[in-house]
Design a protein around this ligand. Structure first.
Ligand code: HEC
Length: 630
C-alpha cells in the first residue's frame, strides 16, 4: 500500500513541476541533445550538421521533432523491449514528448539558467595511446559520388611475438566516408594475394571469409566491429584475443561517397595485455543463405534457422546481418522448459545502422536450448532501400547486390564437468546442422573435415575432404588440407599427389608448397624438397618455418655452409625460440665458429634455462675454445 502511495505522489510531483516550469533548452533539451545526438552531430562527426548550441538545435527544431517522433533519430534499430543492450540509445516516449513540447512552446532558451557546456570531441584515441598502431599500407581513393563501396584492406601486423589484445580502436582521416568497419584476422595470409587484384589498394567485397588455421577457433570468437560514435569497450581481462607473428588484419570498410573525392586512410590502434585469455567465447552462426532466392515483388520472403545447444552457454553478444532487402530480423531462444525468450528484434532493418550488440547482462542458455532466427525480406518496389528498380530476382552472396541473412551469437560455453572444452561440441553441432541444411554443400563437408582433423579423426577427415573434392575438384585449399591429413597418416606419396595438384591449381599457394617440401623430404627426395623450399623463400624470404626446413635439408646433405645461413635466418625471424638458438649453436660449433656458438647457447639458455643439452654443449664449446687459445 505504502509504495503505491509513493508512486502516486511522485507522479503528481513531476506533473506539477512540468506544469509549473516550462520546458527550456538550457534546463531540459540541451542535456538530452548533448548526450544523445552530439556524439554524431559535431564538426567532423558523421551527422550532417552539428547540434552543439542553442542556435544549432533551434535551426533544426521542426526537423528534430519529426525525426525523433518517427524514431529515425537517434539511430537505434532494435526494439528496446526485445532485449537489454549496452549503449542503448533509444529515447523514451517522455523524452520525445519533451522535445515536441519545447518546440511547440516556441523553443525557449531559458537563459535565466546558465547554458550547459557542450561536449567536446577530438580525434584522439579513446583508450589513450595504443600499444601498436597499424596503418593501411596506402590510402584508398574514394570517388566523389557513386554507390557505396565495400572494400577490404590487408594490413600485416608484423609482430615478433604472440600478443594478446584487450581492445582496438579505429582512427580515420574522414569519419563521414566510413560507415562502419570490421576487422578480420587472417592467420594464414590467405587474402594477401587478393590485394590490388583490380589495380587499387585492397579488394572489393561486402563480407570476407579467410582460410582458418586448423585447430583454431580464433579469429571467430570476437566481434571486431567498429562504428563511428560508439564508445569503445575493452574486452574483459580474461577474454583477450590473440595476434600471432604473420597474422594479417583485414580491415573491411563500408565506404560512402561524400560529394568530394576522399583519400581514405585508417589506423588501427591495438591495446595489448600480458594476460592470455582464460575464457574462450565462440561464435555461432544462424543462417540459411542457401534458401535465399527472393522473387521480384516479394514483400515478406522469409528464411529461418535454428540450433540446439549441446552445452550450457552464456550469451554475450549478438550480430544480425542482412543487406539492403532485409526488413525484420528476430532471434529468440526456446529453453528446455519450453519458455521462450527474445534475443533481439529489429523491426525495420537498415544496413547502414548495422552493429554488434552486447547484452548488458549475459543470458544463460542451458544445454538443450534451441536458438532460432527469422529474417524477412522486402524485394518490392515499395522498399525504398531496394537497389534494383524494377526489382529483380536476388540470391545469396557476398556482393552488395546479393542478399545475406545471418545472426551471429557470441557465446561463452560453461565448462562441463571434467573441464572439457564446450567449443568442440558446439562446433560439431553447428556442422551437423549445416549438413542438414546443405547435404551437398562443399563448405559443410570441408568444415566438417577440418573439425574432424582437429579432433584427430584422420580417416573421417580424409573422407570429408574427398567428399568436398567430389563437389569441387578445383579447390586448392581442400587438396592442401587433404594433403596434410595424408601426411599425418604417413601416406606421403598420396600426399605429394594432392599437394602437387593444389599447386597446379594455384602456383602461389605457399602453404601447399611448404607441405609438399616436407612430404618430399619425408620420402627421401631431398633435392625435390630443396627446390620447393627455395622457391617458397624466393616468394617469401621471411618465412621462418621454411628457412628452418631448408636448413635441415642442407644439414641432412652435410652442406653445412648453406645450412648455417638458413638456420641463422630462421633464428633471426624467431629470436625467442630457445630450441632454434640451441640448434644454431650446435651447427656453429660444428662449423668451427666457437665464439658465435657460445653466444647462441647462452641466448638459448637465457630464453629457457631448463635445457640440459644446450648447457652441456655450452660447457663443451667453452672448454674447446679454452683449449684452442692455449
Ligand atoms: C549514431 C550517430 C547519430 C546519432 C546518435 C544521431 N544522429 Fe542524427 N543523423 C546521423 C546521420 C549519419 C545522419 C545523416 C544520414 C541520415 O539521414 O540517415 C543524421 C541525420 C539527422 C537529421 C536529418 C534527417 C533528414 O531527414 O535529413 C536530423 C534532423 C537528425 N539527424 C537529428 C538527430 C537528433 C535530434 C539526434 C538525437 C536525438 C540524432 N540525430 C542522433 C547520425 C546520428
Amino acid at each position: 500500500m505504502f509504495s503505491r502511495w509513493l508512486l502516486l505522489l511522485s507522479l503528481t510531483a513531476s506533473t506539477l513541476v512540468s506544469a509549473a516550469e516550462p520546458v527550456t533548452f538550457n534546463k531540459d533539451v540541451a542535456p538530452l541533445v548533448y548526450s544523445r545526438c552530439a556524439p554524431c552531430h559535431h564538426e567532423g562527426g558523421i551527422g550532417p550538421f552539428p547540434l552543439l548550441s542553442y542556435e544549432d538545435v533551434r535551426k533544426h527544431a521542426a526537423q528534430i521533432v519529426r525525426v525523433t517522433q518517427s524514431r529515425y533519430m537517434p539511430p537505434w534499430p532494435p526494439d528496446p523491449r526485445s532485449a537489454d543492450f549496452v549503449g542503448d540509445r533509444h529515447l523514451t516516449a517522455a523524452q520525445i514528448q519533451l522535445i515536441a513540447d519545447w518546440v511547440k512552446a516556441g523553443h525557449p532558451e531559458g537563459a535565466d539558467r546558465p547554458a550547459p557546456a557542450p561536449p567536446t570531441f577530438s580525434n584522439q584515441w579513446q583508450m589513450g595511446p595504443p600499444d601498436l598502431v597499424l596503418r593501411m599500407p596506402e590510402p584508398f581513393s574514394l570517388p566523389a559520388s557513386g554507390p557505396d563501396l565495400f572494400r577490404n584492406f590487408v594490413i600485416p601486423a608484423d609482430l615478433q611475438d604472440i600478443r594478446y589484445v584487450r581492445g582496438f580502436e579505429l582512427r580515420l582521416t574522414n569519419k563521414r566516408a566510413v560507415h562502419h568497419a570490421n576487422v578480420v584476422l587472417d592467420r594464414t595470409q590467405s587474402l594477401r594475394r587478393r590485394d590490388r587484384e583490380d589495380g587499387h589498394p585492397g579488394f572489393p567485397g561486402m563480407d570476407v571469409t579467410t582460410e582458418a588455421a586448423p585447430n583454431d577457433f580464433d579469429p571467430d570468437s570476437h566481434f571486431l566491429f567498429w562504428k563511428p560514435a560508439t564508445v569503445i569497450q575493452p574486452e574483459p581481462a580474461d577474454m583477450s584475443w590473440r595476434i600471432d607473428p604473420g597474422t594479417d588484419l583485414i580491415l573491411n570498410l563500408h565506404l560512402q561517397p561524400t560529394g568530394k573525392p576522399e583519400q581514405i586512410q585508417a589506423e588501427i590502434g591495438l591495446y595489448f595485455t600480458g594476460q592470455p585469455p582464460t575464457k574462450h567465447p565462440m561464435l555461432i552462426q544462424l543462417e540459411h543463405d542457401g534458401a535465399l532466392r527472393i522473387p521480384p515483388g516479394a514483400r515478406a520472403f522469409t528464411v529461418e534457422d535454428h540450433l540446439t545447444l549441446p552445452v550450457d552457454v552464456d550469451l554475450l553478444a549478438i550480430y544480425p546481418h542482412a543487406h539492403y532487402l532485409g526488413k525484420v530480423i528476430e532471434a529468440w531462444a526456446t529453453l528446455p522448459n519450453g519458455s521462450r525468450r527474445s534475443l533481439i528484434r529489429i523491426p525495420d532493418w537498415d544496413i547502414n545502422w548495422q552493429a554488434t550488440y552486447d547484452y548488458r547482462e549475459p543470458i544463460y542458455l542451458p544445454k538443450g536450448t534451441t536458438v532460432a532466427m527469422r529474417i524477412s525480406y522486402d524485394n518490392s518496389a515499395a522498399n525504398i532501400r531496394n537497389p534494383n528498380s524494377p526489382p529483380i530476382l536476388v540470391e545469396g552472396g557476398n556482393r552488395s547486390q546479393d542478399e545475406m541473412g545471418h545472426v551471429w551469437l557470441q557465446v561463452l560455453p560453461r565448462t562441463a564437468a571434467g573441464g572439457e572444452d564446450g567449443r568442440w561440441a558446439l562446433q560439431q553441432a553447428s556442422m551437423e546442422r549445416r549438413l542438414q541444411k546443405y547435404p551437398d554443400d562443399f563448405l559443410a563437408h570441408y568444415n566438417l573435415g577440418a573439425f574432424q582433423q582437429s579432433a584427430g579423426k584422420l580417416d573421417e577427415a580424409a573422407r570429408s575432404y574427398r567428399q568436398a573434392l567430389h563437389l569441387d575438384g578445383k579447390n586448392a585449399t581442400v587438396r592442401n588440407s587433404l594433403g596434410t591429413v595424408l601426411m599425418q597418416q604417413d601416406r606421403f606419396p598420396e600426399a605429394i599427389q594432392q599437394l602437387q595438384d593444389a599447386l597446379r591449381l594455384d602456383p602461389q599457394y605457399l602453404n601447399a608448397r611448404f607441405n609438399l617440401g616436407r612430404s618430399l623430404a619425408a620420402t627421401g627426395d631431398l633435392t625435390g624438397a630443396e627446390a620447393q623450399f627455395t622457391q617458397l623463400l624466393a616468394a617469401k624470404p621471411d618465412d621462418g618455418p621454411a628457412q628452418q626446413a631448408l636448413a635441415s635439408i642442407y644439414l641432412a646433405e652435410k652442406r653445412y655452409e648453406p645450412a648455417l645461413q638458413h638456420l641463422k635466418a630462421a633464428a633471426q625471424l624467431n629470436p625467442s625460440d630457445a630450441d632454434l638458438q640451441g640448434n644454431l649453436g650446435a651447427l656453429l660449433a660444428m662449423t668451427g665458429d666457437l665464439p658465435a656458438a657460445i653466444h647462441a647457447f647462452e641466448t638459448a639458455l637465457k630464453l629457457n634455462p631448463d635445457q640440459p643439452v644446450a648447457r652441456k654443449n655450452l660447457d663443451r664449446a667453452r672448454a674447446q675454445l679454452a683449449r684452442a687459445s692455449r
